[in-house]
Design a protein. Structure first.
Length: 620
């Protein structure tokens, strides 16, 4: 199903419109304020730079302070009604904001910006906690991609509108009226959002923001993968906030003091984010694919570094037209777009991951914890920028270069701590580049809880193919001779595969393998074994050994029979010898991964499972 089909459904469309209009209004107001500051003759360049970063910090600080309370409210109360009340509050804030715009009072505008941030801090947790209740596991990534796209297109729309209005002679009146109209429209759309029941109606609200921040952060740390994902998302916002905040002065100082060039750079950045969000589903399929996260992290650093070198050769002059500028500075603009596109590829799967793997009763509070850390990192971004630009006197391009280099170090740390990201990346690269995989019946693999997957053994990459097809991480039981292959053994060890051999060859390894399988199943994991015990040399199915019966006797769980079709004859199978011609002919060939309905533990026998797998292999 195309992700855009969600926009035709009431479970998603009113919510999408509501959050998009809110983001549009926030950025219309904020960018109009920034343009007043940047192009005001009252402030020097240094004062302008400091005020721009102060404004960014003022908008973000309430997310740090108030998101934990918002998370509690979103867990305790029905979410559609909560959104309506928040949109009513937003309308009142925008009425006051319109007065501040009319007065053109910088202090008043900054105060309203802070209050807008407070309203958004309450809206954030309920916004992301609502999606898993209205979307299935197959549409959750698509929904997150659309929200990401909508958010940044709204940023783009608000930015373009602010730039266009700022150049108009009646800019004050137009901006004041528009923020009120947009806010009211968002309230109307919120009335059509379907109900989303409270996850934890018995929750007692802690109104103390300081103690609740501590409690919320503790909740986020309960699941290590979720917590490190939140840290990675927060780093994304550190990077993104730095770029969005510095681009106005980047344009003014390096290109031209015409506001159109500010609009151009912010447009390129926002379009890249939106396009990257759409690409996520293409790269991932119908599940949350963690393998593309390293791809996004790599892109941020590569294109961020090249942006620095491209910015050293910007072609511009007082009389340059927009067409001439675009033609002469394609590299710089392309770097900026690909950088932001990479950021989107990095963050969309992470957002879906924390929604999917968070404890349901605390989901909104975990998302609030995400918002707290996001806000903290954005405030740190503003502080870092002020220090680097004013104390160390680095240029804006140098600041962005430093961010790109630090990003590489941050990515390496996160991936060293959450090996699943790198494992999924390796699996994604091999299976997406070398083959085209068709999946059938994978909904038979349980979304939660322990289960054993069994499959025919055709090649040296069977585990990668099954791992790529499964929506959940899988622990593989692997023949010791394969698990100890040169170089590959380090990857298999990192992937936490369970080596096994015959009891006669090594009773200790044999016994330890069954103990590890039992422990993994007791912990709720998926475990995959190849009951043949060896890779087929003829393409035919070998007899299943009775090890599967031992596993199920020790830990009674469902068994999901699976089959790999089309892999025999590839360079990774035993058919023939390796040749370049064979490799070329088989490049991008189609494989099929088929799963049957689970077999209850009381019905499991090696012979029965062998018969089921055989039928899966021969069925067209």
């Amino acid at each position: 199903m195309s992700q855009f089909s969600l926009l035709k459904q009431q479970r998603f469309l009113p919510f999408f419109i509501t959050q998009a209009l809110g983001a549009f209004n926030d950025n219309l107001y904020k960018n109009f304020l920034l343009l007043i500051i940047v192009f005001s003759s009252v402030y020097s360049q240094t004062h302008s730079t400091v005020l721009v970063n102060v404004a960014a910090a003022l908008f973000i600080f309430p997310f740090f302070l108030l998101s934990p309370i918002g998370g509690q409210l979103a867990d305790k109360y029905e979410k559609s009604h909560l959104i309506k009340y928040l949109k009513m509050i937003e309308f009142g804030i925008m009425l006051a904001g319109a007065v501040a715009i009319y007065w053109q009072s910088i202090p008043a505008l900054l105060i309203i910006l802070f209050v807008m941030g407070a309203q958004s801090a309450f809206f954030g947790p309920v916004k992301f906690a609502l999606m898993p209740q209205h979307l299935s596991s197959k549409t959750l990534l698509a929904g997150n991609a659309l929200v990401e796209m909508g958010t940044f297109l709204s940023i783009l729309g608000g930015t373009l509108a602010a730039g266009y209005i700022f150049s108009h002679e009646n800019r004050v009146m137009i901006a004041a009226m528009l923020v009120v109209v947009i806010s009211f429209t968002g309230f109307i759309s919120s009335l059509f959002i379907p109900k989303a029941t409270a996850n934890n109606p018995q929750l007692k609200i802690n109104w103390n923001p300081i103690t609740q921040i501590i409690h919320t952060v503790r909740i986020t740390r309960q699941n290590r993968t979720v917590y490190l994902s939140i840290l990675a998302i927060s780093w994304f916002w550190f990077v993104g906030s730095t770029y969005l905040t510095q681009l106005p002065n980047f344009a003014k100082l390096l290109i031209n003091d015409n506001p159109q060039y500010v609009t151009l750079l912010l447009t390129v950045f926002s379009v890249g984010i939106a396009f990257g969000a759409l690409v996520c589903e293409t790269l991932s399929g119908d599940h949350v694919e963690l393998g593309i996260i390293p791809l996004g992290a790599l892109g941020i650093s590569i294109f961020g570094i090249d942006l620095y070198f491209a910015s050293q050769h910007i072609v511009t002059h007082d009389q340059i037209t927009m067409t001439e500028f675009l033609s002469a500075n394609t590299r710089m603009l392309l770097d900026l777009m690909l950088l932001s596109m990479s950021g989107s590829i990095f963050v969309v799967p992470l957002n879906a991951l924390i929604q999917q793997r968070s404890d349901v009763t605390h989901r909104a509070q975990i998302i609030a914890g995400n918002n707290v850390l996001n806000a903290l990192f954005m405030v740190l971004s503003a502080v870092f920028s002020i220090v680097m630009l004013t104390i160390f006197n680095v240029s804006i391009p140098t600041l962005l270069l430093i961010i790109a280099i630090i990003n590489a170090a941050v990515a390496l740390y996160v991936f060293s701590q959450v090996q699943e990201f790198v494992l999924r990346f390796v699996i994604w690269m091999i299976t997406r580049v070398l083959y085209r995989i068709k999946s059938t019946g994978l909904n038979n693999i349980p979304d939660t809880g322990p289960a054993v997957l069994i499959c025919n053994h055709v090649s040296f990459v069977d585990a990668l193919l099954i791992g790529a097809a499964s929506r959940r991480p899988v622990r593989f039981v692997m023949d010791r001779s394969i698990a100890n292959l040169p170089l590959a053994k380090y990857f298999f060890k990192w992937a936490k595969t369970i080596p096994i051999c015959s009891q006669k060859a090594s009773p200790e390894i044999y016994r330890n393998a069954f103990n590890q399988v039992e422990k993994a199943l007791q912990d709720g994991h998926l475990v995959c074994i190849f009951p043949e015990g060896k890779i087929t040399r003829t393409g035919a199915l070998n007899d299943f050994k009775r090890g599967i019966e031992v596993i199920i006797t020790r830990t009674p769980v469902p068994v999901v029979p699976m089959a790999l079709k089309g892999i025999y004859g590839s360079i990774f199978s035993y058919k023939g010898k390796f040749s370049v011609i064979t490799a070329i002919k088989r490049f991008r060939s189609q494989l099929e991964v088929v799963a049957s309905t689970p077999v209850p533990p009381q019905e499991v026998t090696a012979s029965k499972l062998q018969h089921i797998v055989q039928q899966l292999i021969i069925t067209k």
